[in-house]
Design a protein around this ligand. Structure first.
Ligand SMILES: NC(=O)c1ccc[n+]([C@@H]2O[C@H](COP(=O)([O-])OP(=O)(O)OC[C@H]3O[C@@H](n4cnc5c(N)ncnc54)[C@H](OP(=O)(O)O)[C@@H]3O)[C@@H](O)[C@H]2O)c1
Length: 278
């Protein structure tokens, strides 16, 4: 999708009030896209929109929506319809994380992760995509979806079965979706970042045997070792939209892991087992 004629076009960004979503929103605003930021906390949404308006001058709308709540997502569809014929770009960045061995992670936590990271993302797409497809059928213009998964989708370390499987789900459903929407001129990119310093670092919940100081230190170290900033990631995402790239591992570690696992899966498993044991 070309990003050069963005005037009057709308980008909808879930999780746009913070971290990766905010950085991508900023980059899209710099290209001239109007924005609709979606998250739960209204004060944070307002703060993010004020900064974006001051920096870019584009129109920035906000809506308080919990993507895991069906009635909220229905209202999102109406909000988008009040602003434009359809979303031109959807970025699904809203997400949550936790760590714990499979048997230590309560089923309620599996539900919480799946309800936001998978079901929430799917429900946003089910609500906004039909208008995008219909509009594409009449104007023939290209549009794009960006789903933020994680390198955890393929690194699959111990202690990450719940979170990692939500992100593996996002990767798989995005690849299927790419086939489904290609005839309607809609591209799909899945982004798989390594640990990136964002406010999510302070929200990681740990369960059972991982709920201790040592695990917390290991996770902090992973955030400290990040090889990519939120702004660098946002630039990468926009390049991927332009080139129509299907999967984007973001960060040196995420990129090496992505290729290493494909070429040498057994060695990769042994390496991860040695390097990261909670
Ligand atoms: N940072 C990393 O290291 C990293 C690495 C790989 C993948 N990721 C993925 O990247 C995405 C963004 O993470 P981040 O680091 O930018 O985290 P963040 O700074 O905590 O931002 C998360 C955003 O999602 C929103 N959100 C959370 N739950 C929501 C819900 N139920 N409904 C609507 N909005 C919700 C939050 O706002 P409210 O709380 O106000 O709703 C916030 O705007 C996530 O999907 C995460 O899994 C992050």
């Amino acid at each position: 999708m070309k990003l050069s004629n963005a005037k009057g076009k709308l980008a909808v960004i879930t999780g746009g009030s913070s971290g990766l979503g905010y950085a991508i929103a900023k980059e899209l605003a710099s290209k001239g896209f109007d924005l609709l930021l979606v998250a739960r906390n209204e004060a944070q949404l307002k703060e993010a929109s004020s900064k974006l308006i001051a920096d870019s001058g584009v129109k920035v709308h906000t809506t308080s929506v919990d993507v895991s709540k069906e009635e909220d997502v229905l209202s999102l569809k109406e909000t988008v319809r009040s602003l434009a014929p359809c979303a031109d770009i959807i970025v699904n960045s809203a997400g949550i994380v936790s760590g714990g061995f499979l048997v230590d992670t309560p089923l309620a936590e599996w539900d919480r992760l799946y309800n936001v990271n998978v079901r929430g993302l799917v429900s946003v797409l089910k609500s906004l995509l039909p208008d995008m497809i219909e509009q594409g059928g009449s104007d023939g213009q290209e549009r794009h979806i960006v789903n933020i998964a994680s390198a955890a989708a393929y690194t699959a370390t111990g202690g990450m079965s719940a979170y990692g499987s939500t992100k593996a789900g996002v990767l798989a459903l995005s690849e299927s979706l790419a086939h489904e929407v290609a005839p309607s001129h809609v591209g799909v990119t899945t982004v798989c970042p390594e640990f990136v310093k964002t406010p999510i670092g302070s929200k990681v919940m740990l369960f059972g045997r991982m709920d201790n100081a040592r695990s917390k230190r290991i996770i902090e170290k992973m955030f400290d070792r990040s090889t990519i900033t939120t702004d660098e990631l946002a630039v990468k995402v926009l390049k991927a939209i332009t080139s129509g790239k299907l999967v984007v591992p973001a960060g040196k570690q995420a990129t090496i892991a992505y290729h290493f696992k494909r070429v040498m899966p057994v060695r990769f498993f042994k390496m991860i087992d040695k390097a990261l044991r909670f």
